[in-house]
Design a binder for this molecule. Structure first.
Ligand code: HEC
Length: 130
């Protein structure tokens, strides 16, 4: 019996180790953006706007569910950021900055395509992906 309990404890511990992920690497985002609050309230209307914009601009790379399994995965040679993790581990201001300025070589900046308000709608929508 004791062995049985030990075995269960060992399996549970291993399970925890297996799911513990490395934290996302820090982003190069100015401090004032990291602490920036989302000025657009998280309403159904905002989420709906964000969903519409996401389908147009982001799904192709980040995938419908934000997990990075979009069409571009193969041609980029790597999987675009997993937004379902980023929304939990980044601040809204960080997501805003990355969307506005782009990321590394692969993701273009959106500051000329989207109004600030539209980027916040996108962030409200991304919070519904998990
Ligand atoms: C051409 C493909 C492409 C498109 C289109 C694209 N992205 Fe990205 N995105 C990437 C790549 C590649 C990364 C970086 C992945 C890495 O190196 O970790 C990234 C990273 C991100 C990150 C940072 C994730 C993190 O690790 O914190 C956010 C936020 C993001 N994208 C949001 C968006 C939003 C919002 C849109 C639509 C407006 C969008 N992206 C459109 C390719 C794309």
């Amino acid at each position: 019996m004791r062995l049985f309990i030990l075995l269960i404890v060992a399996v549970l511990l291993l399970g925890c180790l297996g799911t513990a992920k490395e934290p996302l690497p820090p982003l190069d985002v100015p401090k004032e953006y990291i602490v920036m609050e989302n000025p657009v309230p998280h309403t159904d209307a905002s989420v709906a706007q964000g969903k519409r914009l996401y389908a147009i601009y982001c799904t192709v790379c980040h995938g419908e569910m934000g997990e990075g399994k979009g069409e571009f995965e193969k041609s980029l040679g790597k999987r675009p950021g997993d937004l379902t993790r980023a929304i939990h581990e980044r601040t809204d201001g960080e997501l805003y900055y990355v969307t506005m300025k782009g990321f590394k070589k692969e993701m273009l900046p959106y500051e000329n395509l989207l109004k600030p308000e539209e980027i916040w709608h996108l962030i409200n929508y991304m919070h519904t992906l998990s």
